[in-house]
Design a protein around this ligand. Structure first.
Ligand SMILES: [Zn+2]
Length: 395
């Protein structure tokens, strides 16, 4: 709200409002921004302290974390099991309500202390309708207005976001992208998605569905995806696809974690499948990088644990398919927040509008036990980056 509007609404003189705003700015309670027309100054409330809850919902499990800003205390609770494949989400919603209530009790807070709850979802989410996109993987969740339901049951404001978008935001704030304003995050898990941060903000696109890289066609004669499309990236390179490919090769019991571990150990079949997946991910990313020229591409999700087995083919595909002046300035790195990226992204969704957590050091965000083993792994896209690269967007 502008200072002029504040004066009109409150029936105070402009000078009085100016004085009060100045005093509250000094104490850090309000934030003053220049308006779009360059003349008005816009005033917003700034919470210097606040409790934020993040929930990372996957298909079969939900995790929750409570962060108390600005001190940086973190409370975790035992994850709860879900069955998102059921036709009704009622039992899952009950389970999440219990999980969050337990977390608030463990953290010694009440709903009145909580700025809000961020929810990361493993499916596309439309912020306008507050509904999860229709999907055979979570039929009950797509049918229910889950976000308003949770807000009503818990008595706290709830915002939701697709997991790749949430993770992109967390990496930009506290992870691999802390030094840059433009990044693309790829969530390589059982499904595949991407989140885009442009000019420091999450880019959702006109429909809120930006970054759905998993369902763009790579090979129109390829296998059919759960979304009904043929030969899209998820059908070829997702964790689900890798498990299916291993089954077709006769290993009917291999899990995604086992395939990744085997590839890291140099086993030929797993290495081949993951290297091919990397090549496909690189092909899809080539279009994104060619269009957006981000400073950084972050690879996250379980597949990132394959390290160079997957990052080398991604970098090679980018090098092959994007002209050097564009890709030469793009770094490729493995997620710094690992398994916590979407969970902390859910926290960031709530914290950002209040301006809390922006100066936070990530040291307290990650408990030492959950620090991912691959957090330090770094791989650069085309290594022949020249000094005339068009690296942009660093802040
Ligand atoms: Zn698909």
């Amino acid at each position: 709200m502008s200072q002029a509007m504040l004066a009109r609404t409150a029936g105070l003189s402009r000078q009085t409002v100016h004085n009060v705003v100045h005093a509250l700015t000094v104490t850090g309670q309000v934030h003053v921004d220049q308006g779009a027309n360059g003349r008005e100054t816009l005033v917003s409330l700034r919470a210097t302290t606040g409790v934020v809850i993040g929930v990372d919902l996957r298909y079969d499990v939900a995790r929750a974390v409570l962060i108390e800003f600005p001190g940086g205390t973190r409370t975790d609770t035992e994850p709860t099991l879900l069955s998102a494949a059921r036709d009704a989400a009622t039992e899952d919603i009950d389970a999440i309500v219990r999980l969050v209530e337990r977390l608030m009790a463990d953290g010694g807070v009440t709903p009145a202390d909580v700025l809000g709850l961020g929810l990361s979802l493993p499916q596309p989410y439309d912020a306008r309708t507050r509904l999860i996109a229709p999907t055979p993987l979570m039929p009950g969740w797509a049918a229910e207005p889950v976000v308003p339901l949770l807000a009503e049951r818990l008595g706290v404001a709830v915002v939701a976001e697709n997991d790749a978008n949430a993770a992109a935001l967390a990496e930009a704030r506290w992870g691999a992208g802390r030094d840059c304003a433009d990044l693309v995050y790829v969530m390589a898990a059982y499904g595949l998605g991407a989140g885009i941060v442009a000019d420091g903000r999450l880019f959702r696109g006109g429909t809120g569905m930006a970054g759905e890289i998993g369902h763009v066609t790579i090979d129109d004669r390829g296998p059919v995806c759960t979304c009904g499309k043929r030969g899209d990236l998820s059908s070829l390179a997702s964790g689900r696809a890798l498990v299916n490919q291993m089954r077709a090769l006769g290993d009917t019991r291999a899990t995604l974690d086992e395939i990744i571990a085997s590839a890291r150990a140099g086993e030929v079949l797993s290495s081949r499948l993951i290297a091919d997946a990397g090549r496909y991910i690189g092909m899809a990313l080539a279009h994104v990088v060619g269009m957006l020229a981000p400073s950084l591409v972050v690879l996250g999700g379980p597949l990132a644990a394959a390290g160079n087995v997957i990052t080398d083919p991604i970098a090679a595909a980018l090098g092959d398919m994007v002209i050097h002046p564009v890709v030469g300035g793009t770094r490729l790195e493995v997620s710094a927040l690992g398994d916590d990226a979407a969970l902390l992204g859910a926290v960031a969704l709530v914290a950002e509008p209040y301006g809390v957590g922006t100066e936070a050091s990530p040291s307290w965000l990650l408990p030492p036990v959950s620090r991912p083993p691959h957090s330090a792994a770094t791989s650069r896209a085309p290594t022949d980056a020249r000094s005339d690269s068009t690296e942009k967007g660093h802040s």
